[in-house]
Design a protein around this ligand. Sequence first.
Ligand SMILES: [Zn+2]
Length: 172
Amino acid sequence: MSELKNEVCPFCKEKTLTLREETYNVPHFGKCFLMSMSCSSCSYNSSDVEAEEQKPPTRQTFTLENKKDLNVRVIKSSEATVKIPQLKMEVTPGVASSGYISNIEGVLLRFKKIIEKERDSTDDPEVKKHAKNLLKKLWKAELGEFPLKIIMEDQSGNSAIISDKTEVQKLK
Ligand SMILES: [Zn+2]
């Protein structure tokens, strides 16, 4: 791991930014780098992941079927779109989008946080009810009660769901 401290923050311009780069060797994916920035003054932080070897743009489809599948390794770059069609949910790349190395459980946790935020910030009982239903479905899928399809698309080629079960299609 390499680390640079006291860099200039792009937001608050204070010299309180820390840059980190970590190298990972992921089986069936190869060497990749996790880069992150965090500022101790304005709490700005961002991260991204990049593969050492240039890879083609792909759509990767994985079906979560049991608890063991939660441990499947996921590499998601900031340019990836993650979709759960059964829940009509989608996370698209944007300014605040970050890359990470995690697993299926971690991907679902990020979706849960979005839903929980929605549930807690509304006064509309319908929206609250809908959010609660989504959380319940995610919870059941994690227990392996029904198969849940997770799709990840990345034009940069820097994303992957590392499993024999993953269907990989080339994107144009
Ligand atoms: Zn800052």
